[in-house]
Design a protein around this ligand. Structure first.
Ligand code: ATP
Ligand code: MG
Ligand code: MG
Ligand code: MG
Length: 339
């Protein structure tokens, strides 16, 4: 008997578009002899679109029309065997949808509330991973109220890290709201931008040199496996939004040309991070490798990474011998697995 799958796409974050693209790929890859898939697009305003509007949104890349608010729709999701919440960023990858589905008693693909929420927040991630002994760059937290009332304290924290440094909203993705700050004179603008998008902001020391950016895929629940390591190369100061999403601006190299012991260390640290953060199903774990010094830093853990057929995560597992359609099938199996 076929499993009924609800595929959620779009969503309220800045990564709405990316999610629709991923959903199109997953939709055509889930084997129809095993799965009965219903896509539901969530509009940027949080409305769950009806089937006709969902179809149009997937085709045009633009979600239009009304629809129910999230809570009502979740209650009607009872008729599904599993949900694939293919949503990125806040209100999708951060434990909110996962909480809703947990309350509704429906199994879903990917990490639960805890793993999703902690991995989404760059500060919480750093705190948890520091206690697990995972190497990371130096960082400081600032909250909006401090920036509004005691800016000199926030400036002092930046001064402790030195320049250049990175300023990032704690809970976002796709490089939205991220600035590379070259000197103290650029700090105010970067903090204003980040605090427009989040109440919590992280300041991060930049690696000693421009790092190589290497990523690894993790697949599984309590016995996870790591993919080969991949590398992203691009011609820009850092991997910003434009470089990420302009066709042809970045190239993927799988496997990454790394000394074997570095690649092995990446895989081991990624598995340790996946466990420490209580992730499940899948994650893409991103690292900075500083070739000049041999240092490796874990940058972040993405619990619902980009998922088009040309995205890094599926490509990494393809290199391991798992086709895109085998991979999505495996993810649904993992969602249904007894844990
Ligand atoms: P994603 O889309 O992968 O979720 P994100 O929005 O969470 O990304 P980060 O990965 O934290 O953002 O940072 C974006 C990019 O900024 C990195 O890929 C890297 O190019 C650069 N960068 C961020 N932090 C640092 C750092 N501490 N040192 C050097 N480069 C950095
Ligand atoms: Mg991220
Ligand atoms: Mg992300
Ligand atoms: Mg990133």
């Amino acid at each position: 008997v076929k499993k009924r799958i609800l595929l959620l796409a779009g969503g309220q974050s800045g990564e709405h578009e990316v999610s629709l693209r991923s959903a199109r790929s997953v939709l055509s890859a889930l084997p129809r002899d095993q799965f009965d898939v219903t896509p539901v697009v969530i509009s940027p305003q949080g409305r769950w679109l009806a089937p006709g509007d969902t179809q149009r949104a997937l085709e045009s890349g633009e979600a239009q029309g009304g629809g129910d608010l999230v809570l009502h729709r979740a209650a009607t999701a009872e008729g599904y065997d599993a949900v694939f919440p293919l949503l990125h960023g806040p209100m999708g990858e951060d434990g909110t949808i996962q909480g809703l589905l947990t309350l509704a008693g429906i199994p879903f693909v990917g990490s639960g509330v805890l793993g999703s929420a902690v991995s989404m927040d760059k500060v919480m991630t750093k705190q948890v991973l520091a206690s697990a002994g995972v190497p990371q760059v130096a960082w400081r937290l600032a909250v909006r109220r401090e920036w509004q009332t005691r800016p000199e304290e926030v400036r002092a924290r930046a001064g402790e890290l030195g320049y250049p440094l990175f300023v990032k909203p704690a809970n976002l993705g796709s490089s939205v709201g991220i600035s590379k700050v070259n000197h103290a004179g650029e700090l105010e603008r970067a903090l204003d931008l980040a605090f427009d998008l989040d109440r919590r902001v992280i300041l991060e020391a930049m690696t000693a040199h421009k790092p190589r950016e290497v990523e690894v895929g993790i697949l599984g629940n309590d016995a996870p496996i790591a993919s080969p390591v991949g590398e992203l190369r691009f011609d820009a100061d850092f991997y910003d939004y434009e470089t990420k999403y302009t066709e042809g601006r970045a190239t993927m190299h799988i496997p990454a040309p790394l000394p074997p012991e570095v690649a092995e260390r990446v895989r081991t640290l990624a598995l340790a991070a996946f466990r420490a953060l209580d992730c499940a199903g899948l994650a893409r774990v991103d690292f900075f490798y500083v070739e000049q010094t041999g240092e490796l830093f874990l940058n972040e853990v993405n619990t619902m990474p980009g998922f088009t057929t040309t995205s890094m995560y599926p490509k990494l597992f393809e290199a391991a011998g798992l086709s895109y359609s085998e991979l999505v099938t495996r993810l649904v199996e993992l969602a249904l697995e007894e844990r």
